[in-house]
Design a protein around this ligand. Structure first.
Ligand SMILES: [Zn+2]
Length: 438
């Protein structure tokens, strides 16, 4: 296991930070100082499907989704327009960084880190939002995290928030993070910022709004660094700034459930609600799973196979490749699916079962309905120019080290090693080159 190289680790996830953002990060004062004082990997391979909840479960476990079990953002709930998300810790199989830290009597804190509801974290404000008309935001959150702590953060900084809108939400998270460092001095602090991801979805990958979000992130990073300096723990702390996935612009949505419905594998009542299904396409945005209701249903399996073959033979279908369940598992995704589909660049999947197979997306659609976006992720990590970044500086981190390539699965084991902890036998490995020897 090895001795701890640091006592304090602050892990900041800048959702949707891309390798392509590197030149801008180098030009911003706080990211630049992090890069100058520490080590970084400019190209980090994400996981499949490259969506936020599976990615964040991978970061804290060191495992692919096939192993930690968070194989998509949301649960398989055919027919639900807004399915529930993998909010709860119970969705993650095996141990995590925060569980190991807690076992070692370290103080843990997490702010909007995905899949941590009801986790054993000392100061926890999980990312969970109400999905039923009778639930209310404050109560849902309070009951899923640390009630007193969240009550206190909401009392002090709730006025900064404007629902789930950005940049206000991240500013609220930042104020809470600063206060948490000042008053709780956690050994492990997990922070999840989503400003950049939101702007990219709404306005496009390289939009002015996305670039402004990166500038705001630089200021947020600066405030965290200043808080550590003021508290006198900067010299003993380690800052880790990372992304979970990149994104790609798209302009066409694919509705595979429309085809399943045409083949009577999905039946809809007169109100347009799903009445029954034999096969269902579950979107992970840039990719999609196809599930069978009954895994022994060979007739349905055959119909779906034929359908996908015709999509692959049609060069305008927007489908780049199809994996069977076994191959999906080999790529780290859910082996329980019948098939996994990868969208071509410029396309992504939605779960709609009405309307045409393909819809062209206009900026007005994005304003009108949040299921439409101008950029998205979820694609295979093998897509071109689609890697994310890992940066680390401070105690236990070597200076001026550039790691040419690493994987999202390597982050958890490496951070655990910094703290003198172990995640056990993981898919990822410790990146020793990042770490000091003492
Ligand atoms: Zn994300």
């Amino acid at each position: 296991m090895g001795e701890a190289l640091t006592k304090y680790v602050i892990i900041i996830s800048f959702d949707c930070l891309s390798s392509l953002d590197f030149p801008l990060l180098q030009a911003l004062p706080n990211f630049r100082s992090l890069l100058k004082n520490g080590a970084y990997a400019k190209h980090v391979e994400s996981i499949y499907p490259s969506v936020t909840y599976p990615c964040h479960a991978t970061i804290v476990t060191g495992n692919y989704p096939s192993r930690h079990g968070v194989v998509s953002n949301t649960l398989l709930q055919p027919g639900r327009h807004s399915p529930d998300w993998h909010w709860y810790r119970r969705s993650v199989q095996g141990t995590t960084l925060y569980d190991e830290a807690k076992k070692a009597n370290l103080i843990t804190a997490a702010l909007l880190w995905p899949v941590t509801a009801k986790a054993k974290i000392d100061y926890n404000m999980p990312e969970i939002f109400p999905n039923r008309p009778w639930q209310n935001q404050i109560l849902t959150s309070l009951l899923s995290g640390s009630p007193l702590y969240q009550w206190e953060m909401n009392r002090r900084f709730g006025h900064i928030r404007n629902g789930l809108n950005q940049p206000e939400l991240d500013d609220f998270v930042l104020a809470s993070a600063v206060h948490t460092i000042e008053t709780k001095l956690p050994n492990v602090l997990l922070i999840h910022f989503t400003d950049l991801d939101t702007q990219r979805h709404l306005h496009g990958f390289s939009s002015k709004q996305a670039m402004d979000a990166i500038r705001r992130h630089d200021e947020r990073l600066g405030q965290i660094i200043n808080t550590l300096k003021k508290g006198g723990i900067y010299e003993n702390a380690t800052i880790i700034a990372l992304g979970d996935h990149s994104a790609l612009n798209e302009a066409k949505a694919l509705h595979v459930n429309v085809l399943l419905r045409q083949n009577e594998l999905l039946k809809v009542n007169k109100h347009g609600k799903v009445k029954s299904w034999k096969a269902y396409c579950k979107s992970c945005d840039g990719s999609a799973y196809i599930y069978l209701k009954n895994s022994n249903d060979t007739d349905t399996k055959q119909t779906v196979s034929q359908l996908l073959t015709s999509l692959l033979n049609d060069s305008y279908s927007g489908v780049e490749f199809v994996l069977n369940g076994e191959d999906a598992k080999k790529h780290g995704a859910d082996g329980n699916c019948l098939f996994m589909l990868e969208a071509e660049k410029g396309y992504y999947f939605l779960e709609d079962w009405t309307g045409p197979y393909m819809k062209t997306i206009m900026p007005a659609d994005v304003t009108a309905n949040k299921k439409y976006t101008l950029a998205t992720h979820g694609y295979s990590p093998t897509k071109e120019h689609y890697t994310t970044i890992f940066m680390a500086a401070g105690k236990g981190i070597r200076q001026n080290i550039v790691i040419p390539f690493m994987r999202l699965i390597d982050e958890g084991p490496t951070i655990a090693r910094l703290l003198g902890l172990s995640l056990g036998d993981t898919d990822g490995k410790i990146i020793e080159e990042l770490l000091t020897n003492d």
